[in-house]
Write a protein that binds this ligand. Structure first.
Ligand code: SDX
Length: 449
């Protein structure tokens, strides 16, 4: 698999260090001149791949906040300016005509699809919406209260059993990849719908080949055996927008996980299943559920916004202001701005008055005026408003993070493909060992209490 030519040229150009951009690292008198790589937007990366060989030292960067793992041409974020672009296109450009299938193609194949390519990809998504009948039986093995993210991760891995032709990354042609991407993007939606139906004890409904991506998902979630769910085009558009806004976010925890797993040449199903597991955590994709729990606790506890803020600032208090803060954004998360803007429209559309939205607004206002949050540049992130929109759309709360996984699937696929095309080395970080020095084996009677 190769990148599209424009991307290939840019990536190779980025790897040619300019002599004036050399970083010198000196450790115990031993110096290394490190070449630097300057990205398309001017950010500088210091290539330290010779550091250990030349100086014997490694870097240490817990949380990897200062460490680049790769060169990538998929998504650009400027955290200080609150900029997010998919293949160079600002996300704000997608809100007028949100089309998750088109954005998926853009992220994975590097450019906006022609109408023919969009039609071909849509047809592949429709063709691949079903799950193998044997896969459906696996759902019966889960308890009805099984966490949907556990079901999702397990069933994505299980796809490898039913699509063996995609298990060897080196054997996948560009055409095959088109089919593989369509299978994953289409089936992740069906798996999510079936996980929900299983949790409600409802029969699984087959996808309707006459419906587009989001409409088909709503149908499989909410239709009854003898009564088709009525698709409101505006609700369908709102769901497209929310999925578009979740589609990629460069080297976040779950996408980095997909790249790390993929770096061992594990197949795409296994890599995305690992991505789901990383996304599940409340510091990452699980925050959209944690935000609702937090807002509800504030509402039911009769807490004021200021009292909640005080608790969030108190290091001794376990209360966390979920939906606030971000490793990269030190300005508004542009996705939060768009979701906040669309919140009102979706609630009006769904004829929902949600008291939690009022609390969210008061909380945001209070936090943005509080020195603790201002000094630390803590702003609302993508998860702060997404849960309120999902709730208004009728998506059950235990499915919120699954919605994030559906949205992020094209990003995971795009990064796995980009990494595989670059034929990079297996990801295997170093460590600084701080454990026992050489110690003898002690027989049981010699061991201290
Ligand atoms: C996502 O990486 C991505 O791109 C992720 C994502 C994507 O699209 O993939 O954008 C999706 O995961 C969004 C984030 C969702 N998580 C939450 O909303 C959970 C709440 N937020 C925090 O846990 C935190 O802000 C993180 C995890 C998002 C970021 O953590 P960092 O970068 O490690 O920052 P930090 O914990 O070191 O915080 C720096 C300071 C600390 O205070 P001091 O030690 O300086 O005194 O800010 C404080 C933190 O205590 N802080 C908060 C806070 N977030 C950070 N204080 C109160 N409430 C918060 N929410």
């Amino acid at each position: 698999m190769t990148q599209c030519p424009a991307v290939d040229e840019r990536l190779s150009a980025m790897s040619t260090p300019n002599a004036s951009q050399i970083a010198t690292i000196t450790v115990n008198g031993r110096s290394l001149n490190c070449p630097t790589i300057v990205g398309s937007e001017g950010e500088i990366g210091i290539d330290i791949s010779r550091l250990r060989a030349e100086t014997g030292a490694i870097t240490l960067d817990p949380g990897l906040g200062n460490t680049g793992s790769c060169e990538s041409a998929i998504t650009y974020i400027d955290g200080d300016q609150g900029i997010l672009r998919y293949r160079g296109i600002p996300i704000e450009e997608f809100q007028a005509h949100p089309n998750f299938v088109e954005v998926s193609w853009l992220l994975i194949f590097g450019r906006l699809p022609t109408p023919e390519k969009t039609d071909r990809f849509s047809a592949a998504l429709t063709r691949n919406a079903h799950l193998h009948e044997n896969m459906k039986h696996h759902f019966q093995g889960f308890p009805i209260d099984a966490p949907p993210m556990a079901v999702m991760s397990a069933m994505l891995n299980a796809l490898a059993c039913f699509h063996p032709q995609f298990l060897e990354p080196d054997d996948i042609s560009e055409d095959d990849f088109h089919e593989l991407a369509a299978r994953l993007i289409s089936k992740v939606r069906t798996i999510a719908a079936y996980a929900y139906r299983h949790s409600k004890g409802r029969p699984f409904l087959y996808p309707d080949p006459g419906l587009k991506y989001c409409a088909n998902f709503l149908h499989m979630l909410f239709s009854q055996p003898y009564q088709q769910y009525v698709i409101d085009p505006e609700i369908e558009a709102a769901l497209n927008l929310v999925l578009v806004l979740h589609a990629d976010h460069e080297q976040n925890c779950s996408t980095s996980t997909v790249r790390i797993v993929g770096s061992s040449k594990a197949n795409l199903f296994a890599s995305c299943a690992a991505g789901v597991s990383a996304l599940w955590g409340p510091l990452h994709g699980g925050a959209n559920v944690a935000v609702l729990d937090m807002l509800r606790a504030i509402h039911e506890g009769g807490m004021s916004a200021d009292q909640a803020i005080a608790k969030a600032k108190d290091k001794k208090d376990p209360f966390v202001l979920f939906g606030f803060g971000h490793r990269v954004y030190k300005n508004f998360d542009p996705r939060a701005l768009l979701l906040k803007k669309h919140c009102d429209r979706v609630l009006k559309l769904c004829k929902v008055k949600d008291p939690l939205l009022d609390i969210a607004r008061r909380l945001e206002q209070a936090a943005l005026e509080d020195p603790y949050f201002v000094e630390r540049k803590l702003f609302p992130n993508v998860d702060f408003y997404s849960g309120i929109i999902f709730r208004a759309l009728g998506i059950p709360e235990n499915m919120f993070t699954v919605m994030f996984a559906i949205g992020r699937m094209p990003g995971w696929i795009a990064h796995w493909k980009e990494q595989h095309a670059a034929q990079g080395r297996i990801c295997r970080p170093r460590q600084v060992y701080v454990g026992n020095q050489l110690s003898p084996y002690l027989s049981p009677d010699q061991r201290p209490g």
